[in-house]
Design a protein around this ligand. Structure first.
Ligand code: ZN
Length: 155
């Protein structure tokens, strides 16, 4: 299918763009909650800092290191949740995890770039890479303060 080949090229470009120019990476903010996450299978590590003000993600920053998928996904995640309520951010986490399960991009607003990761669903080992930032965000929001560590290698 030529169509899907073109889409794959486009998606690859979007992922590389976020990897090379990550949004909100190392941004200096005053976080109200944070979490660390790791994907030992690949060596991906991430820290997510969130400034939650009146239930809205006023600012978000990530740091860490890892493969292009994990870093690009983190960049896309921060862009998506910035300015949204914590509840909407968590809906994004659910939508992302659903996309990884089904291999179908969800029809929700703001997921344009994120949909470029839909192909990752075909590669179970990389799903953990793509999901890491989203799970870590959920941890940060769930705690609402303090630092927790997620270790996705235990399953
Ligand atoms: Zn990875």
């Amino acid at each position: 299918m030529a169509e899907s080949g073109l889409m794959e090229d486009l998606y690859r470009e979007i992922i590389l763009d976020h990897y090379r120019q990550p949004r909100n990476r190392g941004a200096v903010i005053e976080p109200t909650c944070s979490a660390d996450g790791a994907n030992p299978l690949c060596g991906d590590q991430i820290r997510v800092d969130v400034a939650l003000v009146d239930g809205v993600v006023e600012a978000i920053s990530f740091s860490g290191q890892g493969c292009s998928i994990s870093q690009a996904s983190a960049s896309m995640m921060t862009e998506y949740v910035k300015g949204r309520t914590a509840a909407a951010a968590l809906q994004g986490v659910q939508a992302f995890q659903q996309m990884m399960l089904t291999g179908q991009a969800p029809e929700i607003e703001g997921f344009d770039d994120i949909a470029s990761l839909v192909g990752v669903a075909k590669f179970p080992a990389r799903v953990k890479c793509a999901s890491l930032a989203w799970k870590t965000l959920a941890q940060a929001l769930a705690e609402g303060g303090g630092t927790v560590t997620t270790d996705d290698g235990s399953r």
